[in-house]
Design a protein around this ligand. Structure first.
Ligand SMILES: Cc1cc2nc3c(=O)[nH]c(=O)nc-3n(C[C@H](O)[C@H](O)[C@H](O)COP(=O)(O)OP(=O)(O)OC[C@H]3O[C@@H](n4cnc5c(N)ncnc54)[C@H](O)[C@@H]3O)c2cc1C
Ligand code: SF4
Length: 488
């Protein structure tokens, strides 16, 4: 009996999306319609196309790569495909006449295990899921006890940047060498822009992220040796001249399916076991992948399609054009200007810049959550609906009314000042909530609390901020001034 072709989506490109069947034929599809419907970062488009073309080249005669307008036009005849990562793709597969859907790959916890854990819980807290996953997979466990005697080293991993330094001094990952495939992709994207009416945001630039499993493995090895030992303490800190800090930069490779997440966490644990990296940092890293990454993946499916449209705080404002189009030129705030510039130039910034600068701003300014999620998914090299929806709708914008977090991630300039070196070079003052140099984050924070006081009244974790708000005589004036603010 002829075997079915395996159709690999562009985020299923590592060896673990194929089985050990050298005869199995493979189908890869580039849908131009995807890029026509939405405006993506140019470097994201490059990354995805380059990864697909590199995979086709690796597989040689076994693979057919088709460039077409719609997936449906290319996927003819019997195919099998691993469960995809978006609802739209799942619907497409279900509608094809002869497609078999295999269970999902590329995540650690199985769907059934997540559902068993989640059903009946009023709140799906990451910490509970993560401990369960550690036990189930035996990661960082000494018998039935957590390695190092604690489940959670967050307290050790939230230090501000070291005083008086401009960088952490950690070696950056070696630059990647572009090849003929990258040159072809660059020419193809130029043609799309010139002749096909396809538009991009962000700047083109040298390819910064892996497109083959080999490149991704080399990046992982470099991270384990040079960055994991210092990953922990300054995980939440920001330094203007050190955009990477000790982060792994592995999200794009994990999300393209080039790295197997279980392998990544086991190798990180291996570094701890052989004494090369401390428990706090290794636990922090494992928490990100075995915990957060899997947790948001499962939340995306578990909460159902309406989750994407949740808007518990009734935030309806549109994103301003300078933000949506990645144009930092008129931005004065040192933190925001730096972060937006880096998104424009590279399509990547680290977690705290996403959460406490970009997401915090959107939350405070009542930008529409679904638009914010869509922007993140298009502007970031690692953005996909499954990861963006829970991170933005749930985590960052509190638009789910608190199913994933116990309180909104809103903070004033004092937080950014403590955790970064941005404020020293800024025309605004993080301590000022009123006046010409009022920090947009500080004033925005009080305006946000003022507007949503009723929504947070019953939340015991918001009791203290609301009590502080009550002591401000000028809260209404600040809120009014912030609703008129145009200078960021
Ligand atoms: C508003 C917002 C938007 C985000 N958008 C994305 C996105 O589009 N794609 C994406 O992969 N991550 C996203 N994240 C999560 C996180 O910020 C990135 O995964 C991380 O910054 C990527 O850099 P890194 O690989 O150096 O991560 P590290 O700090 O080195 O962490 C290691 C790995 O953990 C995983 N991880 C950590 N946190 C999360 C998380 N919250 N959700 C999912 N995976 C996580 C990633 O795979 C990451 O590579 C978002 C977070 C926020 C708050
Ligand atoms: S003063 Fe406010 S706007 Fe300026 S860098 Fe600090 S937090 Fe950002």
């Amino acid at each position: 009996m002829a075997t079915r072709r395996r159709w690999l989506f562009a985020d299923q490109l590592g060896p673990h999306f194929l089985d050990d069947e050298p005869e199995r034929q493979v189908l890869l599809v580039v849908s131009k319609g995807v890029f026509r419907r939405k405006v993506y970062h140019r470097q994201k488009a490059h990354l995805v196309l380059s990864a697909l073309r590199h995979r086709a080249a690796e597989l040689g005669d076994r693979a057919e790569l088709i460039v077409t307008e719609r997936y449906r036009d290319a996927v003819t005849g019997p195919v099998e495909v691993c469960h995809p990562t978006s609802r739209a793709a799942r619907e497409l597969i279900r509608s094809l006449p002869d497609a078999t859907m295999l269970p999902p790959r590329g995540f650690i916890t199985a769907p059934g295990d997540f559902v068993r854990w989640a059903d009946g819980r009023p709140r799906l807290l990451l910490e509970d899921f993560y401990r369960d996953a550690r036990r189930r997979h035996g990661i960082l466990m000494d018998g039935s006890e957590p390695a190092g005697g604690r489940w959670n080293f967050d307290g050790d991993n939230r230090e501000p940047p070291p005083r008086g330094v401009r960088t952490l001094g950690v070696p950056p990952p070696p630059a990647l060498a572009e090849d003929d495939v990258d040159a072809e992709v660059r020419a193809e994207l130029d043609r799309w822009e010139r002749d096909d009416g396809i538009r991009f945001i962000g700047r083109d630039g040298p390819r910064r992220f892996a497109v083959t499993a080999g490149e991704a493995q080399a990046r992982l090895a470099h991270f384990l040796e040079h960055r994991l030992p210092v990953f922990g303490p300054h995980e939440d800190a920001m330094l203007r001249e050190d955009p990477l800090m000790a982060h792994s930069l592995l999200s794009a490779s994990l999300n393209l399916g080039l790295l197997d997440p279980l392998d990544v966490v086991e190798r990180a644990e291996g570094e701890y076991r052989r004494g090369a990296a401390p428990i706090a940092g290794v636990e922090g890293f494992v928490r990100q992948i075995l915990g957060w990454r899997d947790y948001v993946w499962h939340c995306y499916w578990y909460f159902g399609p309406r989750f994407e449209h949740r808007d518990a705080l009734h935030a309806r404002r549109r994103l301003p054009a300078w933000f949506a189009g990645l144009d930092p030129e008129g931005v004065g705030s040192a933190c925001l200007r730096d972060v937006l510039t880096r998104v424009r130039d590279t399509g990547w910034v680290h977690h705290i810049q996403r959460l406490m600068v970009l997401g915090n701003l959107a939350l405070q300014r009542d930008w529409h959550p679904a638009d914010v999620a869509d922007w993140f998914a298009r502007a970031f090299v690692d953005g996909y609906p499954w990861v963006m929806t829970p991170n933005v709708i749930g985590m960052s914008q509190y638009a789910d009314g608190g199913r994933m977090t116990t309180k909104p991630y809103a903070a004033g300039g004092a937080y950014i000042n403590r955790m970064s070196d941005y404020c020293g070079g800024c025309p605004f003052d993080p301590k000022h909530r009123a006046g010409a140099d009022a920090c947009p984050f500080t004033a925005g924070y009080w305006a946000f609390l003022h507007h949503h006081r009723d929504a947070f009244a019953g939340n015991h974790r918001m009791r203290q901020p609301l009590a502080l708000l009550d002591r401000l005589a000028d809260a209404a004036e600040i809120a009014a001034a912030e609703s008129r603010r145009r200078d960021f």
